[in-house]
Design a protein around this ligand. Structure first.
Ligand SMILES: Nc1nc2c(ncn2[C@@H]2O[C@H](COP(=O)(O)OP(=O)(O)OP(=O)(O)O)[C@@H](O)[C@H]2O)c(=O)[nH]1
Length: 347
């Protein structure tokens, strides 16, 4: 009789939310986490850290709080050993929680600056137990305003980190002039048109901006970004539209945003379009998300995916105009051809 009781209890767990924090070397991940820990009240956070050489985050600061559990993955880069070390660490953490040895309200996974988020994100959808017990809240990418242009020119992974982001935190904007910042914003936006961008100085951001945002929820909205949030400090955050000159810049990042827009769609046709798209181009599609209006249902049809892992679900009904928007962040997609096919799915 004992076994079924354990199984029932396991099923009844509310999934543990995990925030994936990524960003190139030195982009300010530790600074942001430290600010969070200093201002965290009451929530118990388990931090899975993946550092080359096991460089720990500020030990003194961590020791000062009882609400943090650190799990270190020091065996190289998490993206290279994803099915092994990360999955195992997550299982061990769940076992600790189940045994009552640790209580966690959420997880924070800090990757190394050189990690490609692709396999890490996929790990949360592949393992059955992890899929059931842990829920990916969002991918947060830090971007170093001083160095990102060079990093993008020299390291493919930098574009992948931006491409995977649900939200982007721009750091060190205090150390660049306006023209440079605008160029950085334009380039980020060209890679990822859907992630909202927040500036932060020395990690000073209210945690609500990057923790618990539910980017994979069905209620999450989707839009193409028109600007960024300028933050003088944690209390003073203002939306600013992108500069009008942004389109005049030129660069050649292979990862870019493809935007598909239409009115009401035929559910069978859009289903077939998505199936073919994912089958043929899934390997080149980092992240994609659609909020679609289908003729047969008043609710929003939400589609989201990471490479070939795709999910469809109905969300809440449309509040305003019934419009379909699909944003794909990928590389080398035949956009014009796909746009024609997408428009052929109109009801
Ligand atoms: N000027 C300025 N410096 C910053 C800001 N945020 C972080 N830094 C500095 O950038 C350096 C790197 O920050 P970290 O927080 O260690 O970066 P990281 O992403 O954890 O670094 P790795 O783990 O080595 O990849 C530190 O010296 C920080 O003080 C900022 O908003 N402005």
């Amino acid at each position: 009789m004992a076994a079924p009781a354990v199984a029932d209890e396991t099923l009844s767990h509310t999934p543990l939310p995990v925030t994936l924090l990524t960003g190139f070397l030195g982009s300010g991940k530790t600074t942001l986490i430290n600010y969070l820990l200093e201002h965290n009240h009451g929530e118990r956070i388990a931090i899975i850290e993946n550092e080359f050489g096991a460089v720990n985050i500020d030990g003194a600061l961590l020791k000062s709080t009882e609400d943090v559990e650190i799990v270190e993955l020091s065996n190289g880069c998490v993206c290279c050993s994803i099915r092994g070390e990360l999955t195992q660490a997550l299982h061990e953490l769940l076992a600790k929680i189940d045994s009552g040895a640790f209580r966690a309200d959420r997880l924070l996974l800090e990757t190394t600056g050189l990690a490609d988020p692709a396999p890490i994100v996929q790990a949360f959808f592949v393992d059955e137990i992890i899929r059931e017990r842990i829920m990916l809240d969002a991918v947060i990418t830090l971007v170093d305003a001083i160095h990102i242009l060079k990093q993008l020119d020299e390291h493919r992974v930098a574009a992948s980190q931006i491409g995977f982001a649900d939200r982007i935190i721009l750091t060190k904007a205090d150390s660049v002039d306006e023209a440079h910042k605008e160029m950085v914003l334009s380039r980020i936006h060209a890679i990822n048109a859907k992630a909202e961008i927040f500036e932060a100085y020395q990690g000073e951001l209210p945690k609500e901006i990057w923790i618990g945002i539910g980017a994979f929820d069905l209620s999450d909205s989707l839009h193409v970004n028109q600007g960024f949030y300028q933050a003088k400090d944690a209390k003073n955050i203002q939306f600013k539209s992108f500069s009008a000159q942004k389109q005049t810049q030129s660069w050649s990042d292979d990862i870019t945003s493809y935007v598909f827009e239409a009115g009401e769609l035929d559910i069978k046709k859009i289903g077939a379009f998505m199936e073919t798209l994912v089958e043929e181009y899934g390997n080149d599609m980092l992240r994609y998300k659609g909020v679609l209006a289908v003729e047969s249902d008043e609710r929003r049809l939400i589609v989201q995916g990471v490479h070939k892992v795709v999910g469809f679900d109905f969300g809440s009904p449309f509040e305003d105009e019934r419009k379909s928007l699909l944003v794909v962040i990928g590389r080398y997609l035949p956009y014009e051809e796909l746009k024609v096919q997408f428009l052929q799915t109109i009801a």
